[in-house]
Write a protein that binds this ligand. Structure first.
Ligand code: IPD
Ligand code: CA
Ligand code: CA
Length: 259
C-alpha cells in the first residue's frame, strides 16, 4: 500500500509538471535572484500532498514549498515537487518529482520520476533499486581519473576553502569530465544506474537528497557527507559514488591528494 501511494503521488506531481511544461505559468523569486518557484511547483506539491493525505491523513509531511505539516506520526514524507525548477522554467526536460518516506528516522522507500524521459526510479530499504521496474547497479569504475562525474552549484555561492568552484577546478584541470545537469535528484539516480560514477554537492536540502540517497545505496553505491561521515539528509553536503572511487574522491575534495 505504501508503495502504491508513493507511485501514485510521484505520478500526480509529474502530471502537473507536464501540464505546465513549455506553457504559460507564473514565476516568483525565492532567496537569490535565480532561485525560482513557479505555479507548477505549487500545483505539483498540492497534487502530491492530496494523494498522500487521502490515504494517510495523519502522516507527517516535509515539502519544499509548504514546509512542514507536522502531525504526530512515525512516517514522514519528504517531497520535492519539482527538482530542477530552473530547467523546468527554461523548457529543459531534466526535472523530476522526488519523494522519500522516512519511518522512525530512517529513509525506507523512495521514488524519483522524470516524466519527460519517462524514467521512474524506485528503491525500498533492503530490496534494491530499479529503473522502470528493472534492477539497477552502480558502475564498476575504480579510478577517479577515468570517471564521469556530476555536480551542482548553490544559488547563493559559499566562499569557503574546498568550495564548489575549487573542487570543480581540481577535476577539470586533470581532464575529468564533470557534468552539471541542474537536478540533484536526477544526478543521484544517474549515479545509481551507472551513468555517472560519482556526484558531489555542497548545499542540498533534505528534499533534494533524501530519495536519491536511498536509490544510490540500494543500487550498491555509497553516500556520505564531504568529510566521509555517515550521511544524514538533514545536513547539506553530499558525496555519492559507486563505492569504488569514494575514498579517492574524498582525498581530492579535501585536498589531501592531487589527481
Ligand atoms: C536544485 C537542484 C539543483 C541543485 C540546487 C537545488 P530545485 O533544486 O537540485 O541541481 O544544484 O542546489 O536547490 O531548486 O530545482 O528544487
Ligand atoms: Ca530541489
Ligand atoms: Ca524544488
Amino acid at each position: 500500500m505504501l508503495k502504491t501511494v508513493l507511485i501514485n503521488a510521484v505520478e500526480a506531481g509529474a502530471a502537473e509538471i507536464l501540464r505546465f511544461f513549455n506553457n504559460n505559468f507564473k514565476v516568483s523569486n525565492k532567496e537569490g535572484v535565480n532561485n525560482l518557484v513557479t505555479e507548477a511547483d505549487h500545483a505539483s506539491e498540492k497534487a502530491i500532498i492530496d494523494v498522500i493525505h487521502k490515504q494517510y491523513p495523519d502522516h507527517h509531511i516535509l515539502s519544499e514549498e509548504t514546509g512542514e505539516i507536522i502531525l504526530d506520526s512515525n512516517y514522514k514524507w519528504i517531497i520535492d515537487p519539482i527538482d530542477g525548477t530552473i530547467n523546468f522554467a527554461h523548457g529543459i526536460p531534466l526535472n523530476c518529482v522526488s519523494i522519500a518516506i522516512e519511518h522512525h528516522g530512517e529513509i525506507v522507500m523512495a521514488a524519483v520520476y522524470n516524466p519527460h524521459l519517462k524514467e521512474l526510479f524506485f528503491a525500498e530499504k533492503g530490496s534494491g533499486a530499479a529503473l522502470n521496474d528493472k534492477k539497477i547497479r552502480v558502475s564498476e569504475e575504480s579510478r577517479v581519473i577515468k570517471s564521469c562525474l556530476v555536480t551542482g552549484f548553490p544559488y547563493t555561492y559559499i566562499n569557503t576553502p574546498d568550495g564548489p568552484l575549487e573542487i570543480f577546478e581540481r577535476f577539470v584541470r586533470k581532464g575529468v569530465p564533470v557534468r552539471r545537469l541542474g537536478s540533484a535528484a536526477i544526478d543521484l539516480c544517474w549515479v545509481a544506474c551507472g551513468r555517472f560514477d560519482g556526484f558531489y554537492e555542497h548545499k542540498l536540502e533534505a528534499w533534494d537528497s533524501a530519495a536519491g540517497y536511498l536509490i544510490v545505496e540500494e543500487a550498491g553505491g555509497k553516500v556520505t557527507d564531504l568529510a566521509g561521515n555517515k550521511f544524514s539528509v538533514y545536513q547539506h553536503k553530499v558525496l555519492a559514488t559507486n563505492g569504488k572511487i569514494h575514498d579517492e574522491m574524498l582525498d581530492v575534495i579535501n585536498n589531501r591528494k592531487e589527481l
